[in-house]
Design a protein around this ligand. Sequence first.
Ligand SMILES: Nc1ncnc2c1ncn2[C@@H]1O[C@H](COP(=O)(O)OP(=O)(O)OP(=O)(O)O)[C@@H](O)[C@H]1O
Ligand SMILES: [Mg+2]
Length: 292
Amino acid sequence: MMTKFLFFSGKGGVGKTSLSSATAVMLANRGLKTLLVTTDPASNLGDVFHQSVGLLATPVAGVDNLFIQEIDSVESLRLYKERALAPLRELFPDDVVRSIEEKMSGPCTEEIATFDQFIDCMHRPEYDYVIFDTAPTGHTLRLLELPGSWSAHIEMSAEGTGQTCIGGVEALTASKEQYDQAVQALRDGECTQFVFVTRPDRIAIEEMMRSSQELQRLGMNKQMTIVNGVIPEEDRAHPYAARRWTVQSKYIAQIQSMFTGRIVEMPLYPDDVIGLGKIEEVGRDLDHVLAV
Ligand SMILES: Nc1ncnc2c1ncn2[C@@H]1O[C@H](COP(=O)(O)OP(=O)(O)OP(=O)(O)O)[C@@H](O)[C@H]1O
Ligand SMILES: [Mg+2]
């Protein structure tokens, strides 16, 4: 089976980590080998599973077939610089290497280093599913928009001096071919699905629609939306919940009128989604609506 990719994105606090974790556990429990990757520098994935998350895929205790990993821009920048500088240390004096290192500290280097790690996660044929729990929207799009500029750097360096904007291309572990394959996979609806998590409120919806359009512009068209935190039907008779439901239903109708992909709803739970028992419960609810 070809690896499938799911990208969870959305505004801060809407439930990306909860729902991506629940999806990952649900798939792993079906016997599918699953990797859950967080690209959020302030991720709480570790808290959700009560274990630490590192730069390498680690098995989740208590769930067969599930692995978690993080893409850490600071750490990937460090590793990336080290790979680029190691050969230079043998050739040049310390002060020269230090000055090269300083030149490598721009935002461009950090983005490319992070993207290099991201490409690596797009090439894990040993997994059936790779699920990305991404940072709030803006950051994710920056990561996905990189292909264009990254490609330009590689092409320039292939023609010219062998230099990208940050140093020798040999510091990149991802090859041009791997990169092209990743971009192709992102645009292939058979491989990749973008899952927008939103709440039935105005700001979350606006942000979701903005990123949906951005992704369409990049040719990434297989999209769905999960409206998270919907007041369950049996509770709508309660006066407090009824008022909330009136507002929610208005926004749900708005999403239905604007978003062209599949739209599903997830209920508001009485408790936070923390710990394996709770995640599995949410995973069972998701199994009914997600169709993955
Ligand atoms: N359907 C739900 N019912 C009740 N609580 C929920 C629901 N979905 C998420 N939560 C809770 O809402 C909070 C935010 O959820 P979560 O951390 O998954 O959001 P996030 O989008 O990953 O946030 P961030 O942008 O900060 O990473 C958490 O405390 C979580 O347990
Ligand atoms: Mg999160």
